[in-house]
Design a protein around this ligand. Structure first.
Ligand code: HXC
Length: 517
């Protein structure tokens, strides 16, 4: 064998060794836990044969605690680039088979390299987390590695989409990388995220809590809102990343590719003409309205289990991606509260950063009253949503279906927050407040003096409702651009979006804004 052939053989052997990560036993352990390895996850994620791995020969430099004897080619992370539906993406996937995927200085270097590359190329970054956290033997060097990654997460925010799949443990300060990214996906029973684990919790607070209770997928999807998605299996997580990417652009200077649709733009939905119940206190399901107006009913909901009084997610109109924000009358009457405001504000800001038009469907009775909300700072949290809509310069189409009262009316993408097209159904009620509350303020004295206060107030309420609980008062002043037939909503939204395709609007120059945090 010639010298050259021998060297090629050696290269092939080294590559094969690197591809084994922490070795066969560790791979088997990973599989026994129902988990895929980093390389298997990447293979499932990208278009077949498209992955190009980088830094396969990187090794850690730590010599503490005998670490010089624990060497693995590529260290504990697989990095590189590939395509998803033909579009370039950069990927890092922590390899739990190598020292528990714990983060070393050199692993951080590898991760930072693909992040820098993604920024230069304007392509999304997908991080797959499955790690025991900072590599303890490396001390401060591991911490500095995390800080390097966080800094890049921050600079990439709003420039290229960043998606975090949590497919195993993600503990300690390590959680801050996913928290800085745009979307987090967790797998039920497999992933957990917490700043301090159950043992520390027990020592400090005395609470007995399991990993799942403290930071499992269900908890973070429904209670903390830390994760946007909770899926059943690792495969579902990978499929979801691919689907999510289909709705978002490569970077903040590009638009999302149009997905051709066979759903007619002028499809009439007769059921929408009769969906609003006669009683204003009766709910209906906003999902039915969303499903009826978007292309083929295909809705990718974000934060589905968190703050269910507001619905946010991606859909398409005539093939064009939009972000939908909709109050849900079926949950807490669609009221705005702290969690709903935070959830929707974050979504609106993502869409605005990435050129995705916003379609807002309004049926909101107001903000949730009470000390719980006030002490929790609903004023500031509500302001986040108000701010997000007001600063957004993407096309904004609003349809008011029923209630739109008070401060909540303003917050939900009203005309004066630079709403581009504001439509209302004939069932809309756009006013300062609902009838009951209004007459109690306006006629409290007269009611007291009347022989029958209850019927006096009922009469006044009817008068108030007749005057104000309609869309025409707002339309009279041009705050509503048109009152539309509900069954024609899809067509009107599509027409509006077509009209707004060339919209150009800028905000005043500033270093950055001061969003109420
Ligand atoms: C070094 C680690 C490690 C770590 C795991 N390993 N975590 N090595 N540093 N942080 C090693 C284990 O020693 C073991 O090595 C191998 O990885 C597999 O781990 P196991 O414990 O056998 O796996 P499992 O039973 O599945 O348990 C997984 C685990 C546990 C729950 C994640 O490993 C664990 O508790 N790790 C420590 C977690 C932690 O406290 N990390 C520091 C957090 S603080 P061998 O050789 O036996 O195979 C932090 C600060 C970040 O991260 C700050 C950023 C700002």
């Amino acid at each position: 064998m010639s010298n050259q052939l021998e060297k090629v053989k050696e290269l092939i052997e080294l590559r094969n060794k690197a591809r084994l990560g922490g070795g066969e036993a560790a791979i088997e352990k990973q599989h026994a836990q129902g988990k895929y390895t980093a390389r298997e996850r990447i293979t499932m994620l990208v278009d077949e044969g498209s992955f190009e791995e980088l830094d396969m020969f990187v090794q850690h430099r730590c010599t503490n605690f005998g670490m010089e004897k624990k060497q693995y080619l590529g260290d504990g992370v697989v990095t590189g680039y590939g395509t998803i539906e033909g579009r370039l993406v950069y990927i890092f996937a922590q390899d739990f088979t190598v020292i528990g995927g714990s983060l070393s200085e050199t692993m951080a270097m590898k991760i930072c390299k693909v992040m820098d590359q993604a920024m230069k190329m304007g392509a999304p970054i997908i991080g797959i987390n499955d790690s025991g956290g900072a590599r303890i033997q490396e001390g401060i060097n591991a911490l500095s590695g995390y800080a390097e990654i966080f800094q890049r997460n921050i600079l990439a925010s709003g420039v290229v989409p960043q998606i975090s799949g949590i497919f195993g443990p993600c503990a300690g300060g390590a959680v801050y990388s996913p928290a800085l990214t745009d979307f987090t996906i967790m797998v039920k029973g497999m992933s957990y995220m917490f700043l301090t684990g159950p043992k520390v919790v027990k020592t400090v607070t005395g609470e007995d809590v399991t990993q799942e209770q403290l930071g499992g997928a269900t908890v973070h999807a429904s209670r903390s809102g830390v994760t946007h998605f909770a899926v059943d299996t690792g495969e579902d997580g990978i499929t979801l990343i691919r689907k999510l990417l289909s709705f978002i652009p490569q970077n903040n200077l590009e638009e999302v590719p149009i997905k051709k649709t066979d759903d007619p733009i002028d499809r009439l939905e007769d059921a929408l003409n009769d969906i609003i119940p006669d009683s204003p206190n009766k709910p209906y399901d906003m999902y039915e309205v969303i499903g009826a107006v978007i292309d083929n009913g295909e809705f990718l909901e974000v934060h589905a289990d968190y703050a269910q009084n507001i619905i946010v997610g991606f859909a398409r109109f005539n093939g064009q991606t939009v972000g939908i924000v909709a109050n849900q009358p079926k949950c807490l009457a669609g009221v705005l509260d702290i969690n709903a405001s935070r959830k929707a504000a974050r979504f609106v800001r993502f869409c605005d950063a990435f050129n995705i038009p916003l379609v807002t469907l309004v049926d909101v009775p107001g903000f949730l009253p009470g000390t719980g909300q006030e002490y929790g700072g609903v004023i500031v949290h509500g302001a986040k949503l108000l701010y997000a809509y007001g600063e957004a310069t993407v096309p904004k189409v609003t349809v008011t279906l029923r209630k739109s009262y008070g401060g909540a009316h303003i917050v939900m993408s009203c005309k004066q927050l630079r709403g581009d097209m504001n439509y209302a159904w004939p069932t809309a009620e756009i006013a300062v407040m609902g009838g009951v509350g209004a007459v109690e303020v306006l006629y409290a004295k007269e009611a007291k003096e009347s022989p029958d206060p209850a019927s006096y107030l009922a009469e006044k309420e009817e008068e108030y409702t007749k005057t104000f609980a309609n869309p025409y008062n707002a339309a009279k002043y041009g705050y509503i651009d048109d009152v539309i037939e509900p069954r024609n909503t899809r067509f009107r939204i599509i027409r509006a979006l077509q009209q707004l395709a060339t919209k150009k609007q800028t905000n005043p120059a500033k270093k950055h804004d001061n969003l109420p945090l």
